[in-house]
Design a protein around this ligand. Sequence first.
Ligand code: SF4
Ligand code: SF4
Ligand code: SF4
Length: 500
Amino acid sequence: MIRLTIDNQPVEVPEGSTILDAARQLGINIPTLCFLAGVKENRPSCMACVVKVGNDARLVPSCSTKAVNGMVVSSETAEVKAARKAALELLFSDHLGDCISVCQRACPAHLQIPETIRLVAAGKMTEAIATVKENIVFPGVLGRICRAPCEQGCRRRQYDGAVAIQLIEREVADLAGKSYVPACAPPTGKRVAIIGAGATGLSAAFFLLRLGHKAVVFDAAAQPGGQMRGKVADKVLEADIETIRQMGLEFRGSSRIRADVVRREFDAVILAVGPNTTGLGVDATERMIRVSPKDFSTSLAGVFAGGTCIRAAWDPARSVGDGKVLAESVDAFLNGREYRLVIKEFTSTIPKLTTEEYQQLAKGANSALTVRELVSEAEKAAGRCCHCDCRAAHDCRLRIFAEQYDVNPRAFSGEHRRAFQVIRQPGGVIFEPGKCISCGICVAIATQAQEPLGLTFVGRGFDVHVAVPLDGALADGLQKVGAECVKHCPTGALALEHDS
Ligand code: SF4
Ligand code: SF4
Ligand code: SF4
């Protein structure tokens, strides 16, 4: 047996083990991309798994360095972390993919746009409204009065017009909104006062109710809705609010509130007041409190604030988005947890596409449509979506490590970039060369399975890439182990067409 220490922890491993084996035995998480146990001969290429051995100046890849008696390994030092980060940033210098679609990134209320569109295209309206309501409680309202920055960002816009995302959102609300009431967690016994029944306050109420808390919303007006009322037909607004009522919303209209009394009687208070705060009878000095941009907590314990009262102007989509953040932050407070607002998820971004590249992307449109008669305008609009999000965004190891190591995907980007290409094969395997990190895992799997043609590396230096020998089609190269390669590809370079 070999005895060594990693991060000051002693470990014993069989002869022939690598440092990575020993680290895994200790439960130490070392990132790997090009390594696949039992399949691939270890020829490290990604360098994400480097560690420091003793006082050596050079860092070594842990997946291919054998453990030796008495070795002292460090896997968590600042130097090691910086080297891993640089290795990942180098991979991104040549990486071409949108983890999250541009349209979704532009939505202030964080609607899961491509996912919703795929469900609409498949005629799954019940699932579509559930997906929409994961983030947007007022799809009927926003489907009519939002400025729709998502459509400004849509990749199709520069070619033949944006996908009608707002229309899709509206129709999902109109067709399926009324019957949708989400399940709520068992009652927690906690009570939250929400001051202001506009987009922010009511959104916060929705998410708090879903988490099992009691939500009591106060407003100076007799009806809930705040600034949304009058901007859309009452029946549209009421249809969106109805879901929250069904979940147990307690609305106290025409209220004049004493902030100190409310603070005494409730476990937490949310200030979601509009510009006409004094109409609510809230003491004007309460408006001078400081609000943390991190979690919307204020300088008053147990009091939170968001929406228009902390923003320069009313934006209904942003107000709706603030409501969810407020509910999550208050929930964390009620449970004694720390809340960390994830402002931005990691995403790699494709720059503007050329016309030829767009044509490649557009081949993905209609792919989610089943062969049936389209019944609504929303379904027709959904058929134009190119599904720009990455099929592997939820489990791509490159992206996961990029988040862990705070990677800047443009740290090493130069003027030239790869051409965008999507290779679709019968059987549903999709190959996006721009996302391939040349890890060699698929080549090794195909070789091990003795695929008749298999895969190989072609090109040299920076131009090296995976291909089927003799310019064959991908389906020819991967006749037996296509799904296996998709499963082990560490990025979204190999994916199944409908796996998203
Ligand atoms: S392969 Fe990974 S890093 Fe690349 S676009 Fe897809 S999710 Fe993002
Ligand atoms: S084509 Fe679809 S996924 Fe792509 S940006 Fe437009 S709406 Fe979003
Ligand atoms: S396509 Fe093959 S070589 Fe490229 S990242 Fe995926 S598994 Fe690795």
